[in-house]
Design a protein around this ligand. Structure first.
Ligand code: TPP
Length: 381
């Protein structure tokens, strides 16, 4: 198998935003290629959220390894994309994620306990245990669930953006996908539609260099993924996806443009999946440790932390305190939600029909006459 092309971040900045790489921080974080003008409170918020995803993902993987939850897809190495994007949105915007953007919900105010209850899929889960872990959604934060099929969320996002335009709101819809999804027809349909109807969309491709075991080099021979947007008449930008400030800057500008009626933007965020595709994957079977190590040197959490230290906004000691505090919060949330019972069996029949049709009423009644196979209670799925 051909190795993934390395390292995208070394591509020299070019005047062409679809071929170059927008950065704010230097590769080690302590330096910067240009200055940013963000309130200290926002910068501290980004720092906290980056650390929170790292801590949360590590805990969730432990739960899966202990057999306490069934599955988890971590964002390790890619945290700057969901966090940068989350900060760039407004409350009334919409998010159509793929597997690694669940943290946007947290940035936009979704409660941590409900988030973790979704990983357990128990009665604390607002989705009533109907979705896989890492396919979360929350009505309260306008985040729509991913179906697990690679691609459909992109045309859905574009369709929702078209609806926002027809309603004359200035809401923006963000749709996410991976590099692998660019080989799916849905990606091309979405880009065509976004270009033709000038939808207020920001379509973000997280190019993490691997689609499970298939490297990006097998998805395309185009110079970059961003350049594809040009064929659809969609303004396209390639950004350093391990640079939270650059992601924020590019996506924030794209949102402003969309709100002002300027139409869609396609963003390729160049990043790398440091961990496994999911808890069902063993990446040592298809990529080298040397490749992973190269990307660890550009770790988005470490880079931003180094930048914040250089600015005098935090310190290693403060970070250690914050990590301990965040870990405590995650553990407390697990303790609170894990003992919750499974969703009641009859909830299976809720939420699809305003009035349950006769054949489903019969099935529900029959189910309720049958004793549960597993006692109702105990949170271990
Ligand atoms: C249509 C479809 N084909 C295959 C799969 C199996 N599958 C699940 S995740 C995945 C890789 C997706 O890669 P990419 O789009 O690059 O996103 P990443 O997971 O790397 O973020 C595949 C092939 C699927 N879920 N749906």
């Amino acid at each position: 198998m051909a190795p993934a092309p390395l390292p995208a971040a070394a591509v020299a900045p070019s005047v062409d935003p679809a071929l170059g790489l927008v950065t704010v921080m230097g590769m080690e974080g302590a330096t910067e290629t240009r200055s940013v003008d963000l309130p200290t409170e926002t910068l501290l918020g980004m720092h906290r959220e980056l650390l929170r995803v790292r801590v949360l993902d590590a805990r969730m993987i432990v739960l899966q390894r202990q057999g306490r939850v069934g599955f988890y897809g971590a964002a390790t190495g890619q945290e700057a994309v969901p966090i940068g994007c989350g900060f760039a949105t407004r409350k009334s915007d919409w998010v159509f994620p793929a597997l690694r953007e669940q943290a946007i919900m947290l940035v936009r105010g979704f409660p941590l306990t409900q988030f973790i209850a979704q990983v357990f899929g128990n009665s604390g889960d607002v989705l009533k245990g109907r979705q896989m872990p890492s396919h979360m959604s929350g009505r309260s934060v306008n985040q729509v669930s991913w179906s697990s099929v690679i691609g459909p969320q992109v045309p859905q996002a574009v369709g929702a953006a078209w609806a926002a335009k027809l309603r004359h709101t200035d809401d923006v819809v963000l749709g996410f996908h991976g590099d692998g999804a660019t080989s799916e027809p849905d990606f091309h349909a979405a880009m065509t539609f976004a270009g033709v109807y000038k939808t207020p969309s920001v379509i973000v491709c997280q190019n993490n260099h691997w689609s499970i075991s298939v490297p990006t080099a097998r998805q395309t021979v185009s110079a970059t993924i961003a350049i594809k947007g040009r064929a659809y008449g969609v303004e396209s930008v390639r950004v350093d996806g391990n640079d939270v400030l650059a992601v924020y800057d590019v996506v924030n500008k794209a949102c402003d443009k969309a709100r002002a009626g300027g139409g869609p933007t396609f963003v390729e965020a160049v990043t790398y999946r440091i961990g496994a595709h999911s808890t069902s994957d063993d990446p040592t079977r298809y990529r080298s440790e040397a490749e992973v190590e190269k990307w660890r040197q550009r770790d988005p959490v470490e880079r931003f932390h180094a930048w914040m230290v250089a600015k005098g906004l935090t310190s290693d000691a403060r970070r250690a305190e914050l990590e301990a505090e965040l870990d405590k919060e995650v553990i407390a949330a697990i303790k609170e939600v894990e003992p919750l019972p499974n969703p009641a069996r009859e909830t299976l029949f809720d939420d699809v029909y305003a009035e349950l049709p006769w054949h489903l009423r019969e099935q529900r009644d029959e189910l309720m006459r049958t004793p549960p196979a597993v006692p109702h209670g105990g949170g271990h799925g």
